[in-house]
Design a protein around this ligand. Sequence first.
Ligand code: GRF
Length: 221
Amino acid sequence: MTDTPSRLAVLASGGGSNLQSIIDHFDALGSDAPARVALVVSDRESAGALERARTHGIPAVWLPRERSHELGALLAEHRITHVALAGYLRLVPPDVVTTFRGRLVNVHPALLPAFGGPGMYSHHVHEAVLRAGATMSGPTVHFVSEKYDEGAIIAQWRVPVRADDTPGTLATRVLAAEHFIYPRCLASVCAGRTVLAADGTVTGVPTFHVERAPSSVPGSP
Ligand code: GRF
């Protein structure tokens, strides 16, 4: 049991299935949850993530692109301690990256450092993986730094690529793995177990109970 649970903000541009997996995981942890989702922010007014937040009684804020410089003030206003990017397609303002260093985390749907960087998001990632003939893909959870997809890696989960995969089928299996590892990584970061050291290394890397992974999650850490 944590005395004062961390207050996690989730930033999302899309449907918010990762947000849902985070809410569900923290719910399942009950009083042992090291954090609660205290704010959801989206750059898209119609994002499903905002709707999911409202359903759960979580403050949901639409912050359009031209007002993204207000993000830091918004996070402060909601007394946010940690930030999770979950399919957020905007660059996080530098002041937020600095303020939340070691407390700002992203999930990327490929095994970084491969298939990352500007332009590598959603289906573009899976198309590139298949085009390259990679036999392995899977999500990467990492701390966010100033450069796209280059922050210190917290965890990865290897999902085999099938010969008959399309970007859509691969995305579905990778997303299932995201839903398994991302909430667990966030819980570990919010609990202070997983830490970004001053030299850029990560200590207290989370371990996963593979046997608890749902059957929809193929592959392994
Ligand atoms: C996920 O594949 C995530 O890795 C990527 O965008 C997708 C988000 O999906 N960055 P959702 O909005 O969480 O359903």
